[in-house]
Design a binder for this molecule. Structure first.
Ligand code: ARG
Length: 458
């Protein structure tokens, strides 16, 4: 196929070099942004008298038709073209003749690709934000259903203190809210327009960059043309937001996997989000959660990829930068898929409160409360801690729990023990008493729910 840039060179490029050079297989997904960007450019050229108003109109109508034809399937994207920018311009020229050739006045593919990518990622970031809001919404439903569901809280994966399942899920809500915030933050810096930077140095035409920026919904423009075409910080930031989010989803997945195991059995996943084994008839595997955990690695890889492509690149545009897209799009697709699976998986899982409670009863997770009981009666904490620990050791020896020790025996350890100790170390009391802000008590959790809901409606 004849190259639009043929002129300086006359000889045909090698077929393998052509394929190597081509990006249309992965940048064609930006066709909409490319065409919308071009429409704004044509409008600006017309408004500034760089082309005639009539020519601008023709270009805009032609571009609109191309967009409609691509979307209806009437115009298949030609994968022989070098990239999506060339494809659109070529079809436009085929359809409009010489007028089509005026579109690329006062612009370069360097600012064009930067524009398309910013517009594309802007949409994707907004979509990820809405998906995340849905996920947090789904979590909140489970939170509200489990305000009094007691489970062991862990440190070092050792049973530590009683908490509620609601409290635990709320922790994930907080992480996801930060993710939403992070994407919103990245959007701020992403949402400035590079169009008009041209190849790198700006242009001799009397353009209006604000005109285009405004039409395309940008908050401002890249103030240095060399930076405008060289900058891919917004990609790095975007994939880094994706990476942090994936890290959160992966931690949640890991817990879902643990909780679904026979060792825990705190939840049972819906059949819709599990698979069986080809050999072991009894198996119900949490493959989806495992895949989310696994796919976290590829998103981290995408982040390393883009960082490494940019490292040491001289200004301004270099073809290396074409390598930005596949990793970024992979991160986009992976993240959207993972949230899309996580949300219904959370919605449909069965919570098994009796098993959570049983686990909570077994791990001496009220030992801190037993110590606190003595402290509140005047004993120094370290002394109380020692007594509580000794009692736990005694229970382990006897294969019983703290609740089983008779009061007379308690009194051998300290005269401060009274009958009220049993109520004090009941799991329900342990939870109810943790009223500090952010803590596990019902009223503290209610405040957290309120916080999450407020953030969601922001
Ligand atoms: N396909 C290219 C990319 O993705 C578009 C920009 C090409 N510019 C150039 N001068 N070769 O980066």
């Amino acid at each position: 196929m004849a190259k639009m840039w043929a002129g300086r060179t006359a000889g045909a490029t090698d077929k393998m070099a052509d394929d190597f050079n081509s990006s249309i297989s992965f940048d064609s997904r930006m066709y909409r942004q490319d065409i919308t960007g071009s429409m704004a450019h044509a409008a600006m050229l017309g408004a500034k008298g760089i082309i005639s108003p009539d020519e601008a109109e023709k270009l805009i109508a032609g571009l609109e038709q191309i967009l409609a034809d691509i979307e209806s399937g009437a115009l298949p994207i030609n994968m022989e073209c070098e990239d999506i920018h060339m494809f659109v311009e070529q079809v436009l020229t085929e359809r409009l003749g010489d007028v089509g050739k005026k579109l690329h006045t006062a612009r370069s593919r360097n600012d064009q690709v930067a524009l398309d990518l910013r517009m594309n990622l802007r949409e994707e970031a907004n979509e990820i934000i809405s998906l995340l809001k849905e996920l947090v919404g789904a979590m909140l439903v489970r939170v509200k259903q489990n305000k009094t569901t007691i489970m062991p809280g862990y440190t070092h994966l050792q049973r530590a203190q009683p908490i509620t399942f609601a409290h635990h899920l709320l922790a994930y809500c907080m992480m996801l809210l930060r993710d939403i915030d992070r994407f919103g933050d990245a959007l701020k810096r992403m949402n400035v327009s590079p169009i008009g930077c041209c190849a790198l140095a700006g242009t001799t035409y009397d353009t209006d960059r604000y005109f285009e920026a405004e039409r395309l919904g940008f908050d401002g423009i890249c103030m240095n043309s060399i930076d405008g075409v060289s900058d891919r910080d917004f990609c790095v930031e975007f994939v880094s937001c994706c990476s942090v989010l994936m890290m959160h989803l992966s931690r949640l997945s890991e817990e879902i996997i643990l909780w679904s195991s026979w060792e825990f059995k705190f939840i049972e996943l819906s059949d819709a989000y599990t698979t069986g084994s080809s050999i072991m008839p009894q198996k119900k595997n949490p493959d989806m959660a495992e895949l989310i955990r696994g796919k976290t690695g590829r998103v981290y890889g995408d982040l390393m990829g883009i960082l490494t492509v940019l490292k040491g690149l001289p200004l301004a545009y270099n073809k290396d930068m074409q390598e930005d897209k596949e990793g970024i799009f992979d991160a986009v697709d992976t993240v959207k898929m993972c949230i899309g699976i996580m949300t219904p998986m959370i919605e449909t899982m069965t919570v098994l409160p009796e098993n959570m409670k049983r686990a909570a009863q077994e791990g001496f997770i009220n030992a801190t409360d037993l110590a606190d009981y003595l402290v509140k009666k005047g004993m120094p904490f370290r002394t109380a801690y020692k007594i509580s620990g000794t009692l736990v050791a005694e229970c382990i020896k006897r294969r019983c729990v703290l609740e089983d020790i008779p009061i007379d025996e308690y009194k051998n350890y300290s005269e401060l023990f009274c009958d009220d100790i049993y109520n004090e170390i009941a799991l329900e009391t342990c939870v109810a008493k943790r009223i500090s802000l952010g803590g596990t008590s019902l009223e503290s959790c209610e405040k957290q729910i309120e916080f999450v809901e407020k953030q969601l409606n922001n």
